[in-house]
Design a binder for this molecule. Sequence first.
Ligand SMILES: *Cc1c(COP(=O)(O)O)cnc(C)c1O
Length: 399
Amino acid sequence: MREIPGAWRRTARGAGLMSADGVASPTIFAEMSALAARSGAINLGQGFPDEDGPAEVLEAARQAISDGMNQYPPGRGHPDLLEAVAEHRARFDGVALDPGTEIIATAGATEGLAAALLALIDSPEDEIVVFEPYYDAYAALVALAGARLVTVPLRWPDFQPDLDELAAAVGDRTRVILVNDPHNPTGTVFTREVLQHVVALAERHDAIIVTDEVYEHLVLEGERTVVQTLPGARERTIAISSAGKTFATTGWKIGWATGPADLIDAAMTVKQYLTYVNGGPFQPAIAAGLRLPDSFFHGIADTLRRKRDLLGEGLAAAGFAVSTPAGSYFTVADAAPLGARDADDFCRELPDRAGVVAVPLTAFVTDARRPDYATLVRFAACKREDVIRDAGGRLAAMI
Ligand SMILES: *Cc1c(COP(=O)(O)O)cnc(C)c1O
């Protein structure tokens, strides 16, 4: 039989996502959500909203189904969605895009990330630089693509990277610098200076920048810097976003990738063999969402800011040390003042002790760096205010 070099790396087992005998390792999220379901605890673990998004968007999807838009949309995406993404990025980010060549629709941000990484990685020596803690799919995708993950730590309480550590992580083997901003799980929004360094390093080492901007409209403090607008960035950046977090439609899995035509074509080449297409009637519905007035987008940030404040007050009253996230759904709190030594154990006990589920930050880090995040816990603020208030009360009464 012909040997296929490297093929083993592209199996779940080879990537370390399964044990040697083929058993899938359960994620901490699965374990915590099962705990929540079993114990009836309030789930502040997983980041999905517990309320519907804008009625116009939901209605547009119903209408599209009624109108018979139920077959495969075009491979690059429904033209109306591609147009709407271009308008939206011009309106909010000052980025001019050609909807015919510089945008593709993807099955959520996740497929955009997978397509970009699979398209750009071609050797097991290739290095992908990510900030740590990181969204858990990054490490899995890099492993499945058969490349090396190189991490730059973000430290409590502001979670901005050290610029020397960033520079040290990027070298001539760096294929991609992957930047999630606003950042999950820490809630940080990178300073302009950090992002300028990312661009300078990418230029120096001829790396591609992939951004994950799914929280683009959930900036709660200050302003975010749009990487593609920084000098030198436009021609080497694939920006990935999604409707899920903005419109509270995480189950629809409508995302998009934007960038120069050659990079988008490369991602498209992979994307067409991952899902080919997805979400026929949801694509025009998200187009309608992207065209909502500015007030909608400011409104969702204002609402989340109130929820973040409520969550932070509840956590502080319960005795946690609390960081103030500048963006995203999440707040990180330190359980050390409550006597915790290990956030994994703390989170496993939390449903019984308080009736609340949260996720340890160690779920988002490499083994070597677990000690640096040992007592930090991530709480999701994207829940109804009465739910957050209830959770705060339960935590304050914790036994
Ligand atoms: C939720 C999330 C995603 C996944 O987005 P989908 O559109 O559901 O695929 C990607 N990146 C980050 C940082 C997220 O929080």
